[in-house]
Design a protein around this ligand. Structure first.
Ligand SMILES: [Zn+2]
Length: 336
């Protein structure tokens, strides 16, 4: 496996981790899209999410924000496009888990149905190429965003949202939350700051309460924490291993081979990946030719971020507030 220097996903030791990687200090602003992301071993089965277990006393769970509905996907003008066969709405109360690699409770997909998922973006050139491939086939997916990357490329993330794709979170800095060096507070920080960064990049619009653990590593206490925060955990059924594919064709072969064997599933890919962006048009054609149907997953209510993380994000990164207007055009004293 090749590791490009300076990347958030560059790994000291990267053999045998599933899905995408582990914590490294985030990459510098993207100059060029990386060639690879780390590989990975199968992680142990995750604990069943504590279904609707009552949150511990004193647990703060802000209500979901009221926000305008997400823009609908553009009308499809491509005859014979893959399209979207079914849209399901997910009530994430109690933190359900999806993806049989780790969560075996919710078998909601019918035969030949797939959910397309993309991790580690947004990233220059690759994410827009993935968006184009999805648009060309009038179809959709879920994007699990790295908070830091969202602060680098907010405009690309806004395009993902404006195109009607579901946006979830994937930690602040792609930390492996099973890393023993991290204490519980640091793990919580990674989760909450990730959601706050995605909301900031979307101009204050909250993403779906959908979360994927980096490297598909699920520390039980954090699965329970997400349950108490009414956030769904997403593993997968079919890992494309696109991060170690030397060429796009390899990704198509890997996915189709596993899919033909399983018959349906949540497919894990990386829009961070150049090869994935190149492989996607062909993969979507193969899905269509194989009679597979895409299911869109959206959330019943948006994620609620924690105010202290919204503020910390602005402070830490000296990020501009959403509005750039001068204080006196924003603030008018009406009585004193
Ligand atoms: Zn990842």
């Amino acid at each position: 496996m090749r590791v490009a220097a300076g990347l958030i996903l560059a790994g000291a030791m990267s053999v045998a981790l599933t899905g995408a990687a582990w914590s490294q200090t985030p990459a510098a602003k993207p100059a060029a899209a990386p060639a690879t992301t780390p590989a990975a071993a199968t992680s142990p089965a995750a604990p069943a999410p504590a279904a609707a277990a009552a949150a511990p006393a004193g647990f703060v769970n802000p209500p979901p924000p009221k926000q305008p509905p997400q823009p609908a996907r553009a009308a499809c003008n491509t005859p014979g496009a893959l399209g979207v066969a079914r849209t399901v709405e997910i009530d994430t109360t109690g933190g359900p888990g999806f993806g049989f690699e780790h969560f075996k409770e919710l078998d909601f997909l019918r035969d030949k149905e797939v959910v397309l998922t993309f991790d580690d973006g947004p990233w220059p050139r690759n994410t827009p190429a993935v968006l184009k491939a999805l648009a060309d086939e009038c179809t959709t997916g879920i994007f699990f965003i790295i908070g830091k990357h969202a602060t680098y490329e907010p405009e690309i993330l806004k395009q993902v949202y404006a195109a009607g794709h579901t946006v979830g979170a994937h930690t602040w800095s792609h930390a492996n939350l099973n890393n023993k060096k991290l204490n519980e507070a640091q793990r919580k920080d990674e989760i909450e700051k990730g959601f706050a960064a995605v909301k900031w990049a979307l101009g204050g619009i909250s993403p779906a309460p959908f979360f994927r653990f980096p490297a598909l590593q699920h520390p039980p206490e954090m699965v329970t924490y997400l349950g108490n925060r009414n956030v769904a955990s997403f593993s997968c059924d079919i890992d494309s291993f696109d991060f170690k594919a030397s060429k796009p064709e390899k990704i198509v072969e890997t996915v189709m081979k596993k899919l033909d064997a399983k018959g349906k599933g949540i497919i894990l890919m990386h829009d961070f990946q150049k090869h994935t962006a190149e492989a996607l048009p062909e993969l979507l054609k193969r899905l269509k030719a194989g009679g597979y149907k895409v299911v869109a997953m959206r959330a019943k209510f948006p994620a609620s971020t924690l105010p202290e993380y919204d503020q910390e994000l602005l402070k830490d990164l000296k990020l501009p507030t959403v509005s750039q207007r001068p204080v006196n055009s924003v603030v008018t004293t009406v009585s004193e």
